[in-house]
Ligand binder design. Structure first.
Ligand SMILES: [Zn+2]
Ligand SMILES: [Zn+2]
Ligand SMILES: [Zn+2]
Length: 611
């Protein structure tokens, strides 16, 4: 069997890219099992798994696990640079510094001072709290002056945050510390007086209510009571030939946010070292300026203590097998099977198996997103035999990795768990959305520079919103959340559509449809496919009345200037106006629709998606 033909059958690696050790192993295993020639395709999945596991040792699938290590000498090197105030260098030092070293506290203090100067009081406070936590846990001997400075700075942060009771508490502790400090006598009493004055002043003030952080600001204006991810503008309908899908329950305006999907499971792409430096491993937001590293490994960082603690369970196991390091060394971007691995840990073994047992047997509406995820389409029957075998082998591999991480406590194979993993791998293959983030645009102000930062299973968008090569919405990411925004006026009753592959304007009809068929197992019947709409190059801008053209030009010039001065609200409003003019005067398909759509999507990314 020729290699490239062989690998082209698998969806993870289009083009037959076998550039990683784990992929290589799995491909070899698939080839080996396929060559046996007696795979029991017609038997139950349990029989098939047992057949595969009988023919080779699953131990062979697991590569040696690289040690998750801090590196004090690297930390010290970075700290040398960090002395000059480079946040990036301090972050790097923090990442590599073992928490058994007192340098950790110095690093947090240094970063807190910089954050404080720049007005990021919340960040500065978190750093100082963290420094004190480490200090308490490790019993370092820090110079009393340093400890004094930590408490004193912390008091200033609390005061800036208007939590005066905490500020007073920190000042009192600072005062106690001051006694041990090696300051001159007059300096000491000066400090004492200053602190005492502050205590007197701040004691009289009342704490302000904590503000909600603005990054949580994006929300639906009218969420459905039974499913708050969906707007009430959407109705879910059921048809015998199409299954469930979403239509507009009222007229939806261009620019309206209609779905905000919090994924059941999401995964960063740590195959890119730069991303790992810049993104929070939990919420996938940018955190290049301020991050809290994992206390154990040096490959993972979080944007806040909250994200770090929310990720404790999942990353705890990831960290044990040093998953991010494995991925960095041995996998490439397309190898996203660890999404399912993460789902097992997140959901818990017993619940994971219970959810699997319900698939196909419980015909009631799914009760929650996890159930819905397990009941998404798998297209198991339509898969090529080698692809099928591959999922079994990957499931065995992931089971082995769960064992190594200590998630499975017995070292015997749990057949039901392997089955359940196999099932979710197939769900994942056809229902995963990429998570994109705005990348550094290098001054280009009107292009969407997007980087793929991860993958997610969004059950609401995935279960209810069908594909169209000419969709009436676009998807943007807000951290790891996926947000669906109308890019057209959607009249009552019209189906709401998303796009799974390329837009009709980007790739020819046949190629597009073949791809959809091979990846998602369906024949597209959207208006662009049915109507044989041409691609962008072949589209024209003719047929537009001169006065309409004049109106469009005016609006577009307004958009250009608004984008230039980063006024995304105005730019957004003007896009909506642009779409309205088009809808009144110009028939689709037309080039201008494509340009406006792309520009609107960019604007929405800037308005909502910039994290
Ligand atoms: Zn985060
Ligand atoms: Zn870690
Ligand atoms: Zn189509």
């Amino acid at each position: 069997m020729e290699d490239s033909n062989f690998s082209r059958r698998f969806h993870f690696v289009p083009g037959g890219n076998q550039d990683s050790a784990i992929q290589e192993l799995i491909f070899t295993a698939v080839e080996f099992v396929s060559d046996l020639g007696e795979f029991p395709r017609s038997k139950t999945i349990r029989d098939q798994i047992q057949y595969v596991s009988k023919h080779f040792r699953t131990n062979d699938l697991v590569l040696p696990i690289p040690q998750a290590r801090k590196d004090f000498s690297k930390a010290k090197q970075a700290w040398e640079l960090g002395q000059t105030g480079s946040i990036r260098a301090i972050n790097e030092a923090l990442r590599f510094c073992p928490r058994t070293q007192s340098l950790v506290c110095e690093l947090y203090l240094k970063r807190a001072i910089i954050s404080y100067q720049d007005g990021y009081y919340e960040n500065a406070k978190e750093d100082l709290v963290e420094a004190l936590l480490v200090l308490d846990a490790k019993n370092f001997i820090l110079e009393p002056e340093t400890v004094f400075r930590i408490h004193h700075k912390l008091a200033q942060c609390w005061s800036k945050l208007k939590i005066f009771s905490q500020a007073v508490r920190s000042l009192r502790t600072a005062l106690v510390q001051l006694a041990d400090c090696n300051f001159g006598q007059s300096e000491k009493s000066q400090f004492e007086n200053m602190i005492q004055e502050s205590i007197d002043k701040l004691s009289k003030k009342t704490d302000s209510k904590r503000k909600v952080s603005p990054r949580e600001g994006l929300s639906l204006s009218d969420p459905k009571p039974d499913n708050p991810c969906l707007s009430q503008a959407i109705a879910i309908v059921n048809s015998s030939h199409k299954g469930r899908f979403a239509i507009a329950d009222r007229k939806i305006n261009c620019g309206e946010v209609i779905v905000i999907d919090e994924p059941v499971v999401s995964l960063m792409n740590p195959d890119d070292e730069k991303l790992m430096d810049d993104l929070c491993a939990h919420c996938l937001r940018q955190c290049s300026n301020f991050q809290h590293p994992c206390p154990r490994c040096s490959t993972t960082a979080f944007c806040s203590l909250e994200c770090r603690s929310q990720s404790q369970l999942v990353h705890g196991f990831e960290c044990k097998v040093n998953l991010n390091q494995i991925r960095l060394e041995n996998t490439s971007d397309s190898f996203r099977v660890f999404l399912t691995w993460k789902a097992v840990i997140q959901i818990g073994l017993e619940e994971f198996k219970r959810l699997y047992r319900k698939v196909g047997r419980d015909l009631n509406e799914p009760e929650n997103d996890q159930e819905r995820m397990f009941q998404m389409m798998t297209h198991e029957r339509e898969r090529h035999i080698e692809a099928h075998i591959k999922y079994i082998i990957v499931a065995l591999y992931l089971h082995k990795l769960l064992e190594k991480a200590g998630v499975c406590t017995s070292d015997r194979l749990d057949w039901e768990l392997v089955e359940a993993i196999h099932h979710l791998l197939q769900v994942q293959d056809v229902n995963t959305h990429p998570i994109l983030g705005l990348c550094d645009e290098g001054g280009r102000s009107s292009e969407v520079g997007l980087a793929k930062v991860g993958n997610a299973i969004n059950v609401n968008i995935g279960s209810f919103i069908n594909h169209s090569c000419n969709p009436n919405t676009c998807r943007i990411n807000f951290g790891r959340k996926s947000v669906l925004v109308a890019t057209r006026t959607i009249p009552t009753g019209q189906e709401i559509s998303d796009i799974y592959s390329m837009h009709y304007s980007e790739i020819g009809r046949q190629e597009r449809r073949n791809w959809l068929k091979s990846m998602f197992f369906f024949e597209c019947s959207c208006e662009a496919c049915e109507g044989h709409w041409p691609t962008y190059e072949e589209l024209d801008t003719n047929g537009i009345e001169p006065n309409v053209m004049e109106d469009l030009k005016q609006v577009e010039s307004g958009i250009f200037h608004a984008l230039k001065r980063q006024d995304f609200d105005t730019a957004f409003q003007l896009h909506v106006k642009d779409v309205h003019i088009l809808e009144k005067a110009v028939r689709e398909p037309n080039r201008i629709y494509i340009s406006v759509r792309n520009s609107l999507q960019f604007c929405l990314w800037k308005k909502y998606g910039h994290f």
